[in-house]
Design a protein around this ligand. Structure first.
Ligand code: PGA
Length: 254
């Protein structure tokens, strides 16, 4: 049986102490091989989160990473620095980074190369805006983001790629895509990946849904055939709501 992936993106929330407190409340209830949990705290909480969580089988990741390994790049953090403290994945190309920090598909591709060649997993975030959707551009945008982000990826690294489909209009807004709409778009992403990597390899890439996932909608979303997990922002900040999401995920048998 394959458990869905549950990824928490804490964004700019929780200092070290708050992260440790959250984990001390969460850990007694998880980590017995009943779920695949990934947690992306802020950079300053990564070390403590890794020390506490990794022994429980929870993967710790960054929300961003530099496309460079070292050099005169003030304010950046490299893959090697992350790896040193036990980090095993990074989000890449989150829509907030694309929008607020002008992250380009080229930079995203370089970040994915850095991560994969150093043995880490890249969670590539893609998604259309409301305007894209209403002007029938969803497929075009997703194709561009997936093709540009994954261009030149050596198929030997395919197991280190996870896609998170996050419609921009659903992030932090409370407007989740309906399960049908999400399934339809996940299928679209799967077809694009098939064109890129072929039928067999594309099946190895999990596609997560993100955007206002909560304890009430997670089960229906995870029941869709092409939704392999969820990327959770707001609802991952409180132990009670996050635990409910995790418990629902355990009821999904695929
Ligand atoms: P949200 O955020 O669950 O608060 O909508 C998801 C994300 O941005 O990853």
């Amino acid at each position: 049986m394959v458990f869905p992936l549950i990824v928490a993106n804490w964004k700019l929330h929780k200092n070290k102490q708050e992260a440790a407190h959250f984990l001390s409340e969460l850990l007694p209830h998880v980590g017995h091989g009943q779920e695949h949990l990934y947690l992306a705290p802020s950079f300053t909480s990564l070390d403590v989160a890794a020390q506490i969580s990794i022994p429980h089988g929870i993967k710790i990741g960054a929300q961003n990473v530099s496309e460079h390994l070292e050099g005169a790049f003030t304010g950046e953090v490299s893959v090697a620095m992350l790896k040193e403290i036990g980090v095993s994945f990074s989000l890449v190309g989150h829509s907030e980074r694309r929008a607020h920090y002008h992250e380009t598909n080229k930079a995203i591709r370089q970040k994915i190369q850095q991560l994969t060649t150093h043995g880490l997993t890249a969670i590539l975030c893609v998604g259309e805006t409301h305007l894209h959707r209403t002007s029938n551009m969803t497929q075009k945008i997703l194709s561009e983001q997936l093709q540009e982000g994954l261009k030149g990826l050596d198929p030997e690294f395919i197991d280190q790629i996870i896609i998170a489909y996050e419609p921009v209009w659903a992030i932090g807004t409370g407007h989740t895509a309906t399960a049908d709409m999400a399934q339809e778009t996940h299928f679209m992403c799967r077809e694009i990946l098939k064109e890129l990597f072929g039928e067999n390899l594309c099946k190895k890439i999990p596609i997560l849904y993100g955007g206002s996932v909560n304890e009430n909608n997670v089960k229906e979303l995870l029941s869709q055939p092409d939704i392999n997990g969820v990327l959770v922002g707001g609802a991952s900040l409180h132990v009670s709501s996050f635990l409910k999401i995790i418990k629902h995920s355990r009821e999904i048998h695929k």
